[in-house]
Structure formats: C-alpha cells, structure tokens
Ligand binder design. Structure first.
Ligand code: PAF
Length: 295
C-alpha cells in the first residue's frame, strides 16, 4: 500500500493508474476504521482495479459544541487495516494540506443541509460537502463509496455531485450491523457496556417500524409516537428526532401507504449521539424498491 500526505503525488499516482486503463474506487473516511468501512473498501475492491482511501478528521464538519479533539484516532491501526483489506493508496493529509492559509470557498446546500441532522448540527453539511467536493476533485476516482447509515450525507453528496457536474459516480452501500443490530459507527467506541446494550434501542425501533408497515399500518403520526415511547422507555436514551420523511426531500409524510418512507433516528445514549435509518416500503411495492434492514 502506498501512503500519501500531499495532494500532488497522490494525484500523479492516480493519474498514472488511470492512464493504464485501470479503474479507481475511492472510500473517504475520518479513520477509526471498523467493519462498516471495510464493507465500503471491499465493495470498491470488487468494482475497481485500485482502491484509494482517505483518512482525514475534517474539522469543518464538527459543530461548535462538538468535540473534535476527542474524535477517536489511531492512524497506525487504520493503516494496518487498510493494507490488510487491499487498499492500494492511502491519503492521510494534515489539516493545512486540505485547508491551506487563505482557504475560503465553501460548498453549501441550503435546503437539504438544514433538515434532520442539519437542524441539530449547524454547519455540519457545509463542512461535509466542502471536504467531499475537494476529495473527489483531488482523487478523481471513477466511483466513490458512502455508507447508507449516513443517509442524509449520501443525499447531500449525490445532490452536490449532480449540481457541480463532478464526474465520479456515487455508490451507496448498505449499513453494516453488529449481531444485535446496532449500526457500526466510530462513535460506538464511546459507549460504556451499559450504554452499548441500551444502544440497541435504535434497531429495536427500526424493527418495530418495519413490522408496523409490513402489517399494513400507514399512520405516520401514530407510528412516530409509538417509536418515541419505545425509545423513551430506555433509561439512557434521549431523543433528538424520530422522523418519518420522504426519502428524497426529507419532508415529513402523513401516510406510509403506497410509498417508500425514510425512518430517520437520532438518539443520545448517555453523551453519545447515534443515528440510524431504514427505508420503509409499504406492502405491494415492487421488490427492487424494498430496501429495509431485512434486505
Ligand atoms: O462519513 C464520513 O466519515 C465523513 O463525513 C466523510 C464523508 C469522510 C467526510 O469527512
């Protein structure tokens, strides 16, 4: 595995690979690699000749009240995992390489960025869109891979790529879960053993919602209050939002009938904020559109 801290040599290397007619897949990360990231890397490896992974804890996507310094970092371990999983080039820039003195331009999606996560994390998606635009421009991969767990991030990235005519194809990859259903996330590392078992409440809520819709339930406000009650029964949990929304616009829906609805959850378990989601398909929708946790 080749490692790069500077943009210019990474670009030259990727350009050389593409000049040989080989395809390039890109997996952007903030490190603290886990099986969810490995799923992205393996998918990229399956689709492309070279996998490029970046490890960059992007300061601009942390809101003012969020602790950037406490974000889990272990570069040695990440390098080992990336190399074992077949990453061909690892990009691990310092902050100044990405945001040199005088850096000014931002990428902002004023509508999508204010909903759900954006309402709780001011400036978060501006930071994400800006750094992802830069990384896609730097790497110029054929495809870039993002997890469905961060559903709104995937929506923001897709919209940005369309709007800015970025040539990289964006691929969404299914959420990887622990055996008890907890979606894998670097933030799970903050959970105490008691909190770790309480954190399964997000998946329990998802399963409840899937069962409700599969058995023909269609009243979104009713389902929402059932889910809020289910989560509130967990003593360590406090809800930021339980939302039933249109999967494209993220606007709340009233009825779950004859449609696909995104259930999006943000719940604090102790001090750790976790998100998860599921696409709920009403009975009778064509199978290709049915993408719930039961796959
Ligand atoms: O999902 C993440 O890890 C980050 O938001 C990303 C896409 C690497 C941008 O910093």
């Amino acid at each position: 595995m080749r490692t790069f801290q500077q943009i210019a040599p990474l670009r030259a290397y990727v350009r050389g690979i593409r000049a040989e007619g080989k395809s390039v897949g890109f997996v952007p990360t903030m490190g603290a690699l886990h099986d969810g990231h490995i799923g992205l890397i393996l998918r990229a490896k399956n689709d492309c000749d070279l996998v490029v992974t970046s490890i960059f804890v992007n300061p601009t996507q942390f809101a003012e009240n969020e602790d950037l310094d406490a974000y889990p970092r272990d570069l040695r371990r990440d390098q080992q995992i990336a190399s074992n999983e077949g990453v061909g080039a690892l990009f691990q820039p310092e902050v100044d390489e990405i945001y040199p003195p005088g850096f000014e331009t931002v990428v902002d999606l004023p509508k999508l960025s204010l909903l759900l996560e954006g309402a709780y994390r001011p400036g978060h998606f501006r930071g994400v869109a800006t750094v992802v635009a830069k990384l896609l421009n730097i790497v110029r991969a054929d495809r870039a891979y993002f997890g469905q767990k961060d559903y709104q991030q995937l929506l923001v990235v897709n919209q940005m790529v369309r709007d800015l005519n970025i040539a990289t194809e964006i691929v969404g990859v299914n959420t990887v879960r622990a055996v008890d259903g907890l979606a894998l996330s670097s933030r799970n590392a903050y959970l105490s053993p008691t909190e770790r078992s309480a954190a399964t409440v997000l998946f329990r809520a998802i399963r409840f919602a899937e069962d409700y819709v599969e058995s023909g339930g269609s009243a979104a406000p009713h389902l929402q209050s059932e889910l809020e009650e289910l989560i509130a029964r967990e003593p360590c949990a406090s809800i930021d939002y339980v939302a039933l929304v249109d999967p494209e616009s993220l606007i709340p829906v009233e009825s779950l009938a004859d449609r696909l609805t995104l259930l999006a959850l943000a719940v604090r378990i102790g001090k750790t904020r976790l998100i998860d989601n599921s696409l709920l398909a009403s009975p009778g929708l064509p199978p290709a559109r049915h993408r719930g946790t039961r796959g």
